[in-house]
Design a protein around this ligand. Structure first.
Ligand code: FAD
Length: 504
């Protein structure tokens, strides 16, 4: 039996499962009392130098914020330091649980003024490379800073910097409005939007970042800035694709679009023995699909000899009368093992791939963009997929193209406007088990796939990506990103990300 968690990015559960309850949303508050502080604390800077944080400075920070400061041993520290992937078991020297932009400013000032403390910013905690937590530095935890306000007539939403995607889908759809977001509702808006934002509606209306009309940000100087096409346009350009490199976004202004709540969603699956045909068909159909059709590719091989599957996970958000015509090319392979594409509530579909216990399993992912599905790529993906380790191995391709690819490569900092899909291979394991067999298998598998890729999605940044990889990945936009970095974060306070090295 394939574990449900294995489908987490596939949304296959859209066709097979009931939506999980929305798990977050509480607002944290209350300051730390000065008497509860220990003596000075040892921490490290971004340059990995030791630094002593003075007790009085922490007392002053506590007095300046409305949220909480958590130190090791405090109630809530263990919970707050974690991110979704429990493999990143890191212990910040202090955690600032910000409740608003003023708290973020105070925390940034503190980090900067303490010799540039190593600084992590956590929103939804989904970072695949563990960049939203750190050892011995400061974490700014935005999970108490969530909220969405929709202005239906203006077709705008304002999203607080710590919000999760599900909040936005829920609030905007209540007005018959949407904007493209990712496919797992407990992913954070802060990381997803600043790095890209692929999902079920992106081929119709672009990446999440293409729908940003303005941001409020706290920069490394502690300045609170509004960036848009008119105000700080360089920063506005950079923050749409440059991730967390330039500061902390405290509010996103997003354009909304009218859409029927009912869409078509679900899976069409074949036995894995037909994987080559499935991948070849995907390459053809994904290239020609209408913007309203999102087709993700899926290939799963469960452990223990059970038969795997290969197929498509679809969302069609266009006119119902055109649906059969749009989907027909996907059904060319004849009778499927599973064909459950059906009318579904969009917000429920967006929650259908959620995990009820996201931290129960570790995971390891390799990924890269592809421009098409050549026979050589199909061979690299299918042939070694036979040799899987003990847990389910999942191959997943998130469909690009459509409106995403009609944006110029230099219109935002996100340059990969020419790709067909983002291909990911991942494996999960029960937290506590030795993952090396899984990790080694994925690495060896990916060695064969990587030559067929065209860069990677910065939101899928891996620990192994070097500065040179990041520079190459931003293509011609890198030089301009360096200029924005020099202007807004010349000392690289915000370095736990796909880091743009300042040169100033
Ligand atoms: P966090 O780990 O909290 O933050 C990641 C980084 O984002 C931080 O290091 C920081 O640099 C930056 N950051 C966070 N908040 C802010 C802020 N307010 N201001 C400035 N910088 C900030 N991607 C897609 O495009 N589509 C998908 O459908 C999709 N599904 C996913 C499903 C799962 C289960 C997972 C694990 C990942 C998925 N992703 C998807 C990838 C996702 O976009 C990235 O992991 C993204 O970084 C998650 O954002 P977060 O806020 O949850 O992450």
């Amino acid at each position: 039996m394939v574990k449900r968690r294995s489908f987490i990015r596939s949304g296959l559960a859209a066709a097979l499962a009931v939506a999980a309850p929305y798990p977050y949303g509480q607002v944290l508050a209350g300051t730390r009392s000065a008497s509860s502080l220990p003596t000075d604390i040892q921490a490290i800077t971004g340059e990995r130098q030791n630094v002593t944080l003075r007790r009085q400075d922490i007392v002053d920070l506590a007095a300046r914020i409305r949220g909480r400061i958590l130190l090791a041993g405090d109630d809530g520290y263990e919970e707050a330091r974690q991110i979704i992937n429990p493999s990143f078991d890191r212990r910040p020297a202090l955690i600032v649980q910000a409740t608003g932009a003023a708290d973020v400013q105070a925390a940034v000032d503190f980090a900067r003024d303490n010799q540039g403390l190593l600084l992590a910013v956590k929103c939804g905690g989904h970072s695949l490379s563990g960049k939203s937590t750190c050892d011995q530095g400061m974490m700014i935890d935005l999970s108490g800073f969530r909220g969405v306000r929709v202005e239906p007539h203006a077709r705008r939403a304002w999203v607080a910097g710590g919000s999760l995607l599900g909040q936005l889908d829920h609030e905007s759809m209540a007005h018959g409005l949407v904007t493209p977001m990712g496919t797992v509702s407990h992913t954070g808006a802060g990381g997803l939007i600043t790095g890209g934002g692929f999902g079920r509606l992106a081929r119709r209306w672009g990446l999440s970042l293409d729908n940003v009309r303005g941001v409020d940000m706290v920069t490394a100087a502690g300045s609170f800035l509004h960036a848009s096409a008119e105000a700080h346009p360089d920063l506005f350009w950079g923050v749409r694709g440059g991730g967390g490199n330039f500061g902390v976004v405290t509010s996103f202004e997003l354009e909304l679009h009218p859409m029927e709540r009912q869409v078509l969603g679900g899976a069409i699956l074949y036995p894995i023995a037909r994987a080559r045909e499935v991948l070849a068909l995907y390459g053809e159909v994904a290239a020609e699909a209408p913007d309203e059709l999102q087709i993700d590719l899926l290939m799963v091989r469960p452990p223990g000899g059970a038969e795997g599957v290969a197929g498509f996970n679809v969302c069609y958000c266009g006119a119902p009368a055109q649906a059969d015509r749009a989907l027909a090319p996907l059904r060319q392979l004849g009778a499927a093992m599973v064909d459950r594409v059906q009318g579904v509530d969009y917000v429920a579909l967006q929650r259908s791939g959620d995990s009820s216990d996201p931290r129960a399993e570790g995971s390891y992912t390799k990924g890269g963009f592809v421009e098409g599905f050549s026979p050589a790529l199909i061979d690299a993906l299918v042939t070694p997929f036979e040799a899987h380790p003990a847990r389910s191995t999942v191959l997943f391709a998130q469909h690009s193209g459509g409106a995403i690819n009609r944006v110029a490569a230099d219109a935002t900092a996100f340059p990969q406007r020419d790709v067909m899909a983002n291909v990911l291979c991942f494996v999960n394991w029960r937290h506590g088990d030795d993952p090396s067999v899984h990790v080694d298998w994925i690495k060896a598998y990916w060695d064969g796939v990587e030559p067929h890729t065209a860069g990677f999605y910065v939101n899928d940044l891996e620990e192994t990506h070097s500065t040179a990889d990041i520079r190459a990945n931003y293509r011609r936009n890198h030089e301009r990103l360096v200029a924005v970095k020099n202007r807004y974060d010349s000392r690289n306070l915000f370095r736990l990300n796909a880091n743009i090295l300042p040169t100033a």
